[in-house]
Design a protein around this ligand. Structure first.
Ligand code: GDP
Length: 281
């Protein structure tokens, strides 16, 4: 491709095939890869190749830029622009990292935004989940509101909201029950919680290691809830993190944070530009 001044149909084909392979290897879902590659092709064709770049190098630049633009839109922090308490609803499958992320977010909001934070678990199916939230909330330095398996999730939510109002909490983080797979009852329950609480943020927590499966999960949660953001967990694992592109494309919600360790301080603001490099490998 050296010596050519333009990206053309003929010199772009091989490169796009490589991009397609890289995205599939990173576990981006096939329909998402197809759309992305088609978009890059449209953007690239006919572009002049700047300075010393050859068309191949120029295309890599376009791919990286498009990937970062698709996955991110500047810094997307938590929206707290409501009358307090701002309610944040955590959604996702069991094991995605909801409880851990709830505590990480509590710590983030306390330290970075100087907020008074209350957490509550509406997971009435696993008493251990309630205890787990209590433990990690303590580590985060936030306040924990007790709940019990014999209560209804909606009643727990209302009691916690009432407490948060009376005690001038700025933020109420609501951890919810997850299942191993999508099921109707779970979705009905979280929809009811959403309707009860009117959260300012509804965050979809998804495991980056979930790869291709992340697409179906994301679609189901998007259909059930107006998601306002995504937290991609377990990015410290060895996946290339292609789930970021899939989940972002399917939900349209911004990826706000990345989980990068099991520890309470293992939460970072998502950096789309850096992540684009990782996905491309
Ligand atoms: P939940 O069922 O969605 O509430 O998930 P948990 O918060 O209980 O997390 C499930 C497992 O994933 C736990 O062992 C967590 O320590 C672990 N985990 C959560 N987030 C991360 C992360 O960002 N990195 C790593 N390595 N592990 C994580």
């Amino acid at each position: 491709m050296r010596g050519q001044a333009r990206i053309t149909e003929s010199n772009v084909q091989d490169m796009l095939r490589e991009v397609r392979m890289a995205l599939l290897e990173a576990d981006v879902a096939l329909p998402v890869v197809r759309d992305f590659v088609a978009r890059v092709k449209e953007k690239a064709l006919g572009q002049e190749v700047a300075g010393s770049l050859n068309p191949g190098q120029a295309l890599v630049g376009i791919v990286h830029k498009e990937l970062a633009a698709t996955m991110g839109e500047g810094i997307a922090d938590i929206n707290l622009a409501v009358q307090p308490p701002a309610v944040i609803l955590m959604a996702g499958l069991q094991g995605a990292g909801k409880t851990t992320t709830t505590a990480k977010l509590a710590k983030h909001l306390i330290e970075r935004r100087k907020k008074k934070v209350l957490t509550v678990s509406a997971d009435v199916y696993r008493p251990a989940a309630i205890e787990q939230l209590k433990t990690v909330t303590k580590q985060a330095g936030a306040e924990w509101f007790p709940s019990a398996p014999d209560q209804r999730p909606r009643d727990i939510a209302l009691a916690a909201l009432d407490y948060a109002k009376k005690h001038y909490c700025d933020v109420l983080l609501v951890d919810t029950a997850g299942r191993l797979a999508i099921d109707e009852a779970l979705m009905a329950e979280i929809k009811d919680l959403h309707a009860t609480l009117h959260p300012v943020e509804t965050l979809f927590v998804v495991d980056a290691m979930q790869g291709q499966d992340a697409v179906n999960t994301a679609r189901a949660f998007k259909e059930a809830l107006p998601l306002t953001g995504i937290v991609l967990t377990k990015l410290d694992g060895d996946s290339r993190g292609g789930a970021a592109l899939s989940v972002r494309s399917i939900t349209g919600a911004p990826i706000k944070f990345a989980g990068v360790s099991e520890k309470i301080d293992g939460l970072e603001v998502f950096d789309a530009d850096r992540h684009a490099g990782r996905v491309l490998g």
